[in-house]
Ligand binder design. Structure first.
Ligand SMILES: Nc1ncnc2c1ncn2[C@@H]1O[C@H](COP(=O)(O)OP(=O)(O)O)[C@@H](O)[C@H]1O
Ligand SMILES: [Mg+2]
Length: 242
């Protein structure tokens, strides 16, 4: 498995709050890596560092064979890092189609014609092709999540970073999101998927990383990690005492 992303000794502090102390992991080409960890562990902060929104205090990020630590948000997006936001924020007064177009035109710098073609392809993948002319503000939660993912995909990313896209959905809707992520993976896109829902990690990822106390505590096969003493300890304050 060759790696599309290599993160080495990544750390960030906000004043005396040492949120990430040392994060180390690799994302394989075409892999879905799940990330779990308690609230406030720094999962979203890690995505913000990867996309260039936040500057790390230390560490290196190698993407697609080159060090990108010095690159800004736009440059990283154009070279193939797409992301969703934990709270979906579509442009409510714009249609579904226009929202997806924004990703291609402003995120990836495509021509309008290119972005249109890409948007149609993405709309079909996220199953919003029958709602292209609806205002985004009218969408239900599942469709808002789909649109959020679609906006990231419209930039034609090599890797896409998903921040709790399954949150707030019903059991069957979560199943649809798992299938969508599998479809994204089939297109050759690698995925980092932060989620609290255990089922998404077991059914939708190739490996899972536990992020807690500022470090990557354990990374491995989903079932192994979810059943690990480390995960039990972090989530239940136990682990050695069965
Ligand atoms: N821009 C920021 N400035 C200062 N502190 C921040 C900033 N972003 C996040 N934090 C802090 O970093 C910690 C981790 O937050 P976050 O990454 O959102 O956690 P989660 O793992 O739940 O996604 C929290 O204590 C949060 O208050
Ligand atoms: Mg978060």
């Amino acid at each position: 498995m060759s790696a599309i992303l290599k993160v080495h000794d990544l750390g960030i502090s906000f004043g005396s709050n040492h949120v990430l102390k040392s994060i180390n992991f690799e994302l394989g080409e075409g892999e879905v890596l799940g990330v779990i960890g308690p609230n406030g562990a720094g999962k979203t902060v890690m995505l913000n560092i990867l996309t260039g929104i936040l500057k790390p205090t230390k560490g290196t990020i190698e993407f697609d064979g080159k060090e990108i630590g010095h690159e800004g948000v736009t440059e990283r997006c154009r070279s193939g890092i797409g992301r969703t936001f934990q709270v979906p924020r579509p442009f409510e007064q714009m249609t579904v189609f226009e929202n997806i177009m924004v990703g291609g035109v402003f995120g990836a710098g495509m021509s309008e014609a290119q972005a249109k073609e890409k948007a149609l392809e993405v709309a079909s993948l996220i199953k919003l092709d029958d709602k292209l002319d609806l205002f985004a503000g009218k969408l239900g939660l599942l469709d808002r999540k789909r649109l959020e993912i679609g906006r990231a995909l419209a930039t034609e990313p090599k890797i896409v970073l998903l921040d709790e896209v399954g949150g707030g959905l019903t059991e069957s809707e979560v199943g649809l999101i798992i299938n969508l992520v599998k479809d994204i993976q089939k297109q050759g896109v690698s995925v980092i998927w932060i989620e609290h829902i255990i089922r998404t990690m077991l059914e939708g990822t190739n490996r899972v990383m536990l992020l807690a106390d500022g470090v990557d505590v354990i990374t491995g096969p989903p079932l192994e990690v979810m059943n690990s003493a480390e995960v039990k300890k972090v989530y239940m304050g136990g682990g050695d005492d069965e």
